[in-house]
Ligand binder design. Structure first.
Ligand SMILES: [Zn+2]
Length: 433
């Protein structure tokens, strides 16, 4: 079920007005702790989970159950609290089992606001014509799909558990089963909460699915438009990682972010893209980019701790995200063609921007006047203006006002494909005409 796209300016800026930074104590500890997420340890988990012994980890199968036991033993060894049914790590449904563990929060007032970080641990077993690109009948080890995400999540679990100061909200670590059979585990969780955490309500979720093929520094991000203020949070969290974020606007039922978005929970998914081994027996451990698992794992950790530790209200769900497509994005970010510029005065600093209803705090650059101060400083079409002289931009009106009242020099902070960059801009005297 999809909502029609509404290109209206939202009156409330919601969460975007909050300063998207962690308070110093947790932030400092978390930024030191993140380096505990390591490629070598992730590699051991990828190797173990994608071993032939687990027979492709099909939900409900012998190998799937054995893989679940490996995850539970790892969590138990780390000393992380179980959050499944009756004091166990398991949430059973049919012949399958989600695996759940929890890191309690530190703020009693936010104890019911659950931050969920999940990765599915099942795969397609020996494959069938409906879930494999073949050849079927051989073990599909699913090293990227999704031993990579599970390895990243186990590393995140270890580091979260070891934080000297816990973030304010509780964090649920969810290892979904039955994803490959139709997102069964995450759908079940949203219908039925495990007994131990029944009173808790998910306020945000992060889905980690296939993070074993980082190419360059490019990570695909889904769901950033599921709440106003979510993209600025993600961009702030990405400052340590400085990865290129490829924002995909489309929300489809291809992974465990979808049930959460359907349920109205602001949700992100991180993914490093499809490849020739996708859903084939050749998706093996030696092809996983473990440095990439480490990098994306650290980004996921930063996102989760930032959201979990944000004081006050989190961003409200934005239903319009469900109907948005790449074509809507093209319209929004389209450069203003020269014949539409008209003969009006040159913009003072040399740019025009457009308001994004999914992220109104960061005007989108759609025109850069050649030779202008901003062109000289390196501004590009598609950049988003997020700060002026160290102050966060709250909307396009504020940005225009501030630029109009600034004389000769300004420092702009921009979000360029998810990376924060700073431009020092000098205004030069207009040439004689
Ligand atoms: Zn898959």
């Amino acid at each position: 079920m999809r909502c029609p796209l509404a290109w209206v300016l939202l009156a409330s800026l919601g969460w975007g007005c909050l300063t998207p930074f962690m308070p110093p104590l947790v932030a400092a500890e978390a930024s030191a702790a993140r380096t505990g997420i390591r490629a070598a340890e992730a590699g051991r988990h990828v190797q173990a989970l994608s071993d032939d012994a687990f027979e492709g980890r099909e939900g409900g199968s012998r190998g799937g159950r054995a893989a679940g036991a490996y995850i539970v033993e790892t969590l138990r060894g780390l000393g992380i609290d179980p959050a499944g049914d009756e004091g166990t790590y398991f949430q059973r449904f049919g012949t399958m089992r989600n695996i759940m563990a929890i890191v309690p929060g530190s703020d009693p007032d936010l104890a019911r606001e659950l931050v969920v970080v999940g990765a599915h641990y099942d795969h397609v077993g020996y494959g069938t014509p409906s879930n494999s690109y073949g050849p079927t009948g051989l073990i599909h080890n699913g090293a990227d799909d999704n031993a990579s995400g599970v390895a990243g999540l186990l590393e995140i679990a270890e580091v979260l558990h070891g934080l000297p100061t816990r973030p304010r909200r509780p964090i649920l670590l969810a290892f979904w089963d039955g994803e490959e059979k139709g997102l069964l585990g995450s759908w079940h969780f949203l219908r039925v909460r495990p007994t131990g955490i029944a009173p808790l309500r998910p306020v945000f979720s992060l889905n980690i699915d296939m993070i074993g093929r980082l190419r360059g520094d490019r990570v695909e991000v889904y769901g950033a438009r599921s709440a106003i203020g979510l993209r600025p949070m993600l961009v702030a969290a990405n400052r340590s990682s400085d990865l290129e974020l490829a924002f995909d606007w489309e929300i489809v039922d291809d992974s465990d972010h979808y049930p959460f978005i359907t349920a109205g929970v602001p949700t992100l998914m991180l993914h490093t893209g499809l490849h020739d081994e996708y859903h084939r027996p050749s998706d093996d451990a030696h092809l996983v980019n473990l440095i990439g698992v480490e990098a994306v794992g650290r980004l996921a950790f930063d996102v989760v701790t930032l959201v979990a530790d944000t004081p006050g209200g989190l961003p409200e769900f934005r239903a319009a995200c469900r109907g948005e497509k790449g074509a809507n994005r093209d319209v929004l970010e389209r450069a203003v063609p020269p014949d539409e510029v008209g003969s009006g005065p040159r913009p003072r600093w040399g740019m025009s921007t457009r308001v994004d209803p999914g992220d109104p705090t960061a005007p989108v650059v759609v025109r850069v006047v050649p030779g202008s101060p901003l062109a000289v400083a390196g501004l590009e079409i598609g950049d988003r203006i997020i700060g002026i002289d160290g102050e966060a931009v709250v909307d396009q009106g504020m940005m225009i006002h501030r630029l109009a009242s600034t004389e000769n020099a300004v420092t702009l902070s921009i979000d360029r494909r998810g990376r924060t960059r700073t431009l020092d801009v000098q205004r030069v005297a207009p040439p004689d005409r």
